[in-house]
Structures are given as structure tokens and as C-alpha cells.
Design a protein around this ligand. Sequence first.
Ligand SMILES: Cc1ncc(COP(=O)(O)O)c(C=O)c1O
Length: 427
Amino acid sequence: MNLSDSHVPSYWSASEQEVFRQWWWRREDLRYVEGHLFLGDQNLHSLAYSVGTPCYVYNSSRIKQNILRIHSALERASLRHRIFYAIKANRNPMLLTYIRSLGLTGVDCCSPNELLFGRQVGFLEEEISYTGVSVSNDDLAILTRHSGVFINCDSLSQIRRLGHLTPGREIGIRVNPNIGLSYNAASRLQYSGHKTTKFGIYKDSFLEALQLAAEYKLNVTGIHCHSGFGFLSKELPVLEMLLNEICWFVDQLKNPKYVNLGGGLGVPFVKDDCPLDLEAWARLIANYFAPKDLEVFVEPGCYIVKDSGVLLLQVTQIERKQDKIFVYVNGGHNINLSSMFYQLPLAVVPVVLQKQQDMNSRSNWIQVSIAGNINEAIDIFAEDIYLPSLQEGDYLAFLNAGGYGSSMSSNHCMRGHFMEFLIYPKE
Ligand SMILES: Cc1ncc(COP(=O)(O)O)c(C=O)c1O
């Protein structure tokens, strides 16, 4: 949403105001109030100062709004549906408990430990969908103790071994329709693109998969397809091709009950990204599956949590090295991997905009690179971005940090420490 420019300090020069307007990410619950960045009702400088950094902060209201937006789009398209939040995006116990307390979603799990964790925070078996890869016999032994969980098999071997353990069970089959759907069509973010991947059962093996399931009297009631990460509105024509292909798989089933379209719904990462039009997304799905009277399952992770969170870090030093000015922070890529791992653009903003007296002493906005505290050459969060001039000790906020941040972190260089806060609106 566009906020009024009354949030731009009036004493700023025209060029500073122009850069400020580039801050496309501003919205009702993420904005500057008198120069201080707020997430919901939380002043992020006060929080960083009192609790220290590195610190992830998640806005519970935004998570709820994101879930409700998906529900209402699917409802308006008159689709019977269920949402399974993908735990892998963020498994923080407070956040997961909060999502459970909303009662609006189940969970998507991809490992036995995620499944057990889902159970620990209160999700019932029938609220859990399991889609794993390279599933071992030990994994299967755990899965089969939870008979109410939806299991989507993604290989012939998994069908055979599951059938042997629990003949007669209902299953879904994860398919690979050879079409990838991802942010900017990036192939590295695709699970079922043109390049052969390890995921799902391809068309050429699908009838064999059904035969195998029949041998073990497995009742195949669902088709599952997770095709990629981060798609936005401009990728919807690709979704249409994908849905068309998925229909072929559904049509081979004797008794289809559901189609699970996985996750992959994206959020904007840069100013020019047009947000995903959920209504158009839901209408497309309805075109294909409403006539078949199938229940539609979706498993978003990113869309539900990514834009709900920020990572707060402190500037440790600022130094020019040859032609570059490096702003070093007290956290590394090991605690916020996704920009490097998925090569996604990262938005970095100051937590406090400086006051007039400081503004006078600085030479406008500067081009900087943000460097982490890990001894790895790739430990650069952002290169050549513009920020208002900073001082050592200032705080920075990394946006879109609510998903695939803490959950992917490691203790590399023994610098894995961070805190996590879930914030609620003031009563
Ligand atoms: C099977 C499956 N479902 C859902 C998701 C969640 O995807 P996203 O966070 O992009 O919505 C993933 C992510 O890898 C996945 O593999």
C-alpha cells in the first residue's frame, strides 16, 4: 500500500526524499514513525537496544492477515480448500503455536521431525500433510504410526515400501509435470522445470506408479505438485499451463478427492515486483478443479511468513576498501541464508533515520555493500545499495526475513546465535 509522504521528514533534501520514495516495501504495519522503523506497534530501535542483536522479529497480525487473504481468495472462487502452512519456512515454536491457535491452517511437513514437531504444538494427524524426498525406511516407520496424516509419495520405491507396511492405506502421489513456476522464472528455484529434478513422479512412470499402488491396494486419492518458489502475478500464465498438465494426472485416478498444489506463492523482493494477485490465482485454480469437484490443498510457507518478519543487526564497522564502502554487521549469511542460497535480492533499511543535525553533517546517501561477520568470501548480504549515511553502532533491518531465515540457520564459525520475537498488537 502507498503511505502518504507525510512520513518523509520535511527537512530532507529533494534527492533524499526521492530515495525514500523508492522504499516500496512501506505498508500499514511496516513504516517509519518520526524517523523510527515500526513493525506493527513495535518500535524496532527500542527492541534492538533493549534485547540486543541479532534478532528476528515477526508480526503476528501480518501472519494472520496473510493466511486470511489466501482463504478469502479461495473462498471467493468457491473452492473447497485447506491450507497447510509449510513448517520448513519458519518453525519457531512461538510462531508455530500462534499459527496453531488461529485454527485456520494445518501444516505441511517434509521430515519425520517436522511431523513430530507439528504434533507437539497441537496439530492433529488429519491436519498434517507429509511430502518428503529420499524417504528412508526409518522415516516410513515413524510416518506409518500417524495413520491420519496425508502422505504424498514421490517415488515408486516409496509407494512400494509404504504399500508393504500399510496396504490399503489412502495416499497421494507427488507428480512432476516438467513445468517450473518460480520467481522471475529462475530455474534454480524450480522443482519441476525442464531440467530433470529429483522430485515427484514423471508422466512416463505414472501409470506404473498406479499399478504398483494397486498391487498393495493403496487407494490413490490425491495428486500433489509443488513446482517452485516465489511466483508472482506475471508467472500466472505458467501456472495455467501447469494446472492443465496436473489435470492429466488427476484424470488417471479412479477416485480423486484432492489436488495439492504445494506452495510457491511469492512476495515482492524489489520495487518493480508486482504482488501476486491472489484473486486471479484462485480463479485460475477454480477453472480447472471446481468442475471436477476436487478439494484444493495448498501449502504456502513463504507467503504466510516471509514478509511478516525482519532481522535486526547492528553495524560493527564501516570502512572503505579500494572502490567500495563496506558496512559490516554483527551477523552473517549463516543466520539469514536465503538471499545467498536462492540468490534473491535483499532489502536493507536503517532502523532509525537520522535527525536534522546529523543530516547536515553527511554527504547525502551513500552507496555501500553490507558484509557479514563470517570468514567466507560469499558473506556479503547486498552490494552497492543506497542507504542514508550510517555510523558504527547503528541498527539495520533486513526485510522479508520471516521465512527461510531462522529455519535455515547454522552455527558456522560458531556465530549461530540470534533471538526471535513474535509481536502482538497492543490491546
Ligand atoms: C512440498 C513443498 N510444499 C510446500 C513448500 C513451501 O513452499 P513456499 O515456502 O515456497 O510456499 C515447499 C518448499 O520447498 C515444498 O517443498
